[in-house]
Design a protein around this ligand. Structure first.
Ligand code: ASP
Length: 466
């Protein structure tokens, strides 16, 4: 018989249906057995009555068995309606059960909140954890959020384009994960810290409006809100100024968050220059919510812009604060070209903050070769180094690249704020452990000697310290 989803059972009162799912709870009362059955759409109480041919099978069942259950849907009598649980007003009287798979005793109880469980156990059995109500809700929220953003962007003429994963190291201010090349022994690809250069090259390629749900991989110290991998809604637009990007992103964030039923504390989002933010809050990732707004789960967004372009290391060396591909604000282009008052040069960078987190950042880019070259000269690179690092960008800029700018929004950080969660692992299906180990599987791990040989890799024994 055709499967009926649990969410649709109420439309079938008085009829016999087949449902498929997991046994959440079994209550054996001797002569009859109650089974709470769960599928991806909901949960319902079923009852195996004393004379049911399914009674023997019902006795074999335990938590997390996968079953196909046939039975008649009935409305519960008024005095038995349980309004505390979903579908508490209906019940299925079971006439047949087929076991589709048995289950060993699950490693933990998923009918309660799993957030406080030991992380290692939880991630080793992540697929069991994902069945819990809270994880289902958050991962589905993530999907809805991403879907809403995609729709918003498609409606406005953005083209979704994937960029390579095996690529060249790009300076994003973090350490690269590298992949050895078999064909070119001794050489390495880098996994993208972001699609920064490719998205700019797509502007050179005439698309004008690009986006991608991009995976970004950075070898950074792990924190509760930062992992090795994250996803960003990566956007780039041609013929725009900073206000254009900020307005569009603000519209997208407001529309999608409100569509998901969230309250936004202040619209339009307040804007602070970096200098104002530092003076007012002492940080550029501030939380403006009142106590009441915190309790109500409001989202308090703000823009921070006009950041210093460069900062100086103790040895006097200048480096970029955010993104070497950014442009200076137009009034400061001359300073950059003449390399004067480096510390005063402001960049057309804008960051989006929400409830104390940085949830996005982007900039108007340098699209003329002399500006990007000057940026690298300020950072002390020789003409040869500049050619080797960004020669391809300088070349693209000399072949008709339009003015452009963009932004990347962190999906995990946004979903964390939307869901009121404080840990990255709550919003990724298969996060890393704090120690940098994959969920369920056990990477990183050694390669076989044959693999190492094929890649031309030998290891030096670490020096022994007696
Ligand atoms: N590439 C930047 C990042 O990943 C974002 C951007 O400037 O668009 O943080």
């Amino acid at each position: 018989m055709e499967r009926t989803l649990i969410k649709d059972l109420r439309d079938h009162v008085g009829k016999t249906v087949t449902i498929m799912g997991w046994v959440s709870v079994r209550r054996d009362q001797g002569k009859m057995v109650f089974l709470d059955i769960r599928d991806a759409t909901g949960s319902v109480q079923t009852v195996v009555l004393p004379k049911s041919p399914a009674l023997d099978t019902a006795k074999e069942l335990a938590r997390e068995f996968v079953v196909e259950v046939e039975g008649e849907v009935s409305a519960r009598p008024a005095q038995n309606v349980n309004s505390d649980v979903p579908n508490g007003d209906i019940e299925v009287a079971v006439s047949g059960i087929q076991i589709l798979n048995s289950s060993e005793t699950p490693p933990f109880d998923i009918t309660v909140d799993t957030a406080a469980l030991n992380e290692e156990v939880r991630l080793k059995y992540r697929y069991v954890d994902l069945r819990s109500e809270r994880m289902q809700r958050i991962i589905r929220l993530r999907s809805e959020f991403v879907h809403a953003c995609r729709e918003f962007l498609h409606e406005r003429g953005f083209v979704e384009i994937e960029t390579p994963l095996l690529t060249e190291s790009t300076p994003e201010g973090s350490r690269d994960f590298v992949v050895p090349s078999r064909l070119h022994k001794g050489k390495f690809y880098a996994l993208p810290q972001s699609p920064q250069q490719y998205k700019q090259l797509l502007m050179a390629g005439g698309f004008e409006r690009y986006f991608q749900l991009a995976r970004a991989v950075r070898d950074e110290d792990l924190r509760s809100d930062r992992g090795f991998e994250h996803t960003q809604i990566d956007i780039e637009m041609s013929f725009v100024e900073e206000g254009d990007v900020m307005r569009l992103i603000e519209e997208m964030v407001v529309q999608t968050a409100e569509q998901l039923g969230r309250h936004i504390a202040q619209k339009p989002f307040p804007r602070f220059t970096f200098a104002d933010a530092m003076e007012r809050f002492g940080t550029d990732k501030f939380d403006m919510r009142t106590e009441e707004e915190k309790i109500n789960g409001a989202l308090s967004f703000a823009w921070v812009y006009r950041f210093p372009f460069f900062e100086q290391a103790p040895d006097g060396q200048w480096t970029f604060t955010h993104n070497p591909f950014s442009a200076p604000i137009p009034e400061h282009a001359e300073l950059l070209l003449k390399k004067e008052r480096i510390g005063d040069i402001l960049t057309a960078q804008y960051d989006l903050v929400c409830n104390g987190f940085e949830v996005g950042g982007g900039s108007i880019r340098a699209h003329r070769a002399e500006l990007l070259r000057a940026t690298y000269e300020v950072m002390g690179h020789s003409p040869e180094e500049i050619e080797s690092r960004v020669g391809h960008m300088l070349k693209a800029f000399s072949l008709g690249t339009p003015p452009h700018g963009g932004i990347a929004l962190g999906v995990e950080r946004l979903v964390m704020t939307l869901a009121g969660e404080e840990h990255l692992r709550e919003v990724q299906a298969f996060p890393m452990t704090r120690g940098g180990q994959t969920s369920v599987m056990s990477a990183p791990k050694e390669l076989s000697d044959a693999q190492l040989q094929e890649l031309g890799i030998t290891f030096q024994k670490p020096p022994r310290h007696e």
